[in-house]
Design a binder for this molecule. Sequence first.
Ligand code: NAI
Ligand SMILES: N[C@@H](CC=O)C(=O)O
Ligand code: NA
Length: 443
Amino acid sequence: MMRTRPLKVALLGCGVVGSEVARIMTTHADDLAARIGAPVELAGVAVRRPSKVREGIDPALITTDATALVKRGDIDVVIEVIGGIEPARTLITTAFEHGASVVSANKALLAEDGAALHAAAEQHGRDLYYEAAVAGAIPLVRPLRESLAGDKVNRVLGIVNGTTNFILDKMDTSGAGYSEALDEATALGYAEADPTADVEGFDAAAKAAILAGIAFHTRVRIGDVHREGITEVTAADIASARRMGCTVKLLAICERAADGQSVTARVHPAMIPLSHPLASVREAYNAVFIEAEAAGQLMFYGPGAGGAPTASAVLGDLVAVCRNKLNEAPGPGESAYTRLPVSPMGDVVTRYHISLDVADKPGVLAQVATVFAEQGVSIDTVRQQSRNSSSGDEAGIEQGGGEASLVVVTHRAPDAALSGTVEALRKLDTVRGVASIMRVEGE
Ligand SMILES: NC(=O)C1=CN([C@@H]2O[C@H](COP(=O)(O)OP(=O)(O)OC[C@H]3O[C@@H](n4cnc5c(N)ncnc54)[C@H](O)[C@@H]3O)[C@@H](O)[C@H]2O)C=CC1
Ligand SMILES: N[C@@H](CC=O)C(=O)O
Ligand code: NA
């Protein structure tokens, strides 16, 4: 039976995501009420710029005092789509103290302080839901927290940042410049308020921390995640990847060690074969593979950023939290019973694609190969292109007299050994420079 008294919702932030949440709450009010079993009413909207015209929102609901809104005492659910650490953190904990459950899209905060927020929610008997925080519209948090709760997840690998995928895709397929592609992603509402979070990999690292935590039932914070962004990926890297039958993607990879005693979490650009399903993930779409012991391999794919897709995830959480409210039974809290250590990047076993500028003379290849052998890194392929070749075609190794570009792809080796190899290569007189280093995944 439908309850007539509405559940009251406070919306904190009315930007790209918040404005879409408000729009869908209004336009789909009847459906939401039917699914929840009670009407939901937008009881207040906290903004920074009250003079801005916000279509479809009653101006009487607008306030600049978010703290007073969450302290009102009659709010059932607070939706936090402000972003950043403060004041979002204090507003969320204040909401718990004053009777509200919380739906948040704030991956930066959850990856920094998720444990304390979960503890505060539990202490007050409230819900903390955050499906929108990881990969936008794609259901990932709920499947990991609920559907896969009876399985053992060993690996999570995927593209979890829409902005960087959009930029890399544009650079690869249309030859667009980096800045031009970033501007377009920002205009489309994909980028964070400070896009450095996207391009330097912080956003993906936050999502990797959240995913690793819920997948492996352990605590992983953003600082535990090895992070490299895409700012150093060049058009030459992308062209080189193409020559190898690969493309470049910013990947998040979280793995449980074979002995089950530790985990790793990393975010970095990587070359993946064009035949790999992740290679065809275009624009701001995200895709994540989850490998679980009993389930096998699962793939989740969909829009990873943007106002409406993210609002979809927020509203799904809103429905769940409202149902829990009516049933007076909070949903699942934090599951972090295993307390597994997070191993350093050096322990990760991976492959490298290294592009070197070398002197094009006899013996260089042997010198380079010796360095790899000394570090215990096995070479898979070597390709040399002579710089003074008039045709630009690949030239025979150890011939010619000028400079050459040497591209080495390794077999799998510990990341520490690969870094050591690069360090030693830089010291060779015949190596004029290390033009690019990129990991190779997905083979
Ligand atoms: N845009 C996207 O595609 C996605 C965003 N998110 C997350 O959703 C959250 C919101 O993102 P967007 O809507 O894109 O950002 P946005 O910058 O468009 O919106 C945030 C809004 O909050 C307002 N705000 C800031 N401090 C405030 C305060 N103290 N009180 C009231 N309002 C305040 C700002 O004026 C702005 O309008 C962030 O945590 C972001 O990481 C998550 C998934 C996707
Ligand atoms: N800036 C983020 C937004 C969604 O989480 C992204 O580009 O993925
Ligand atoms: Na999601």
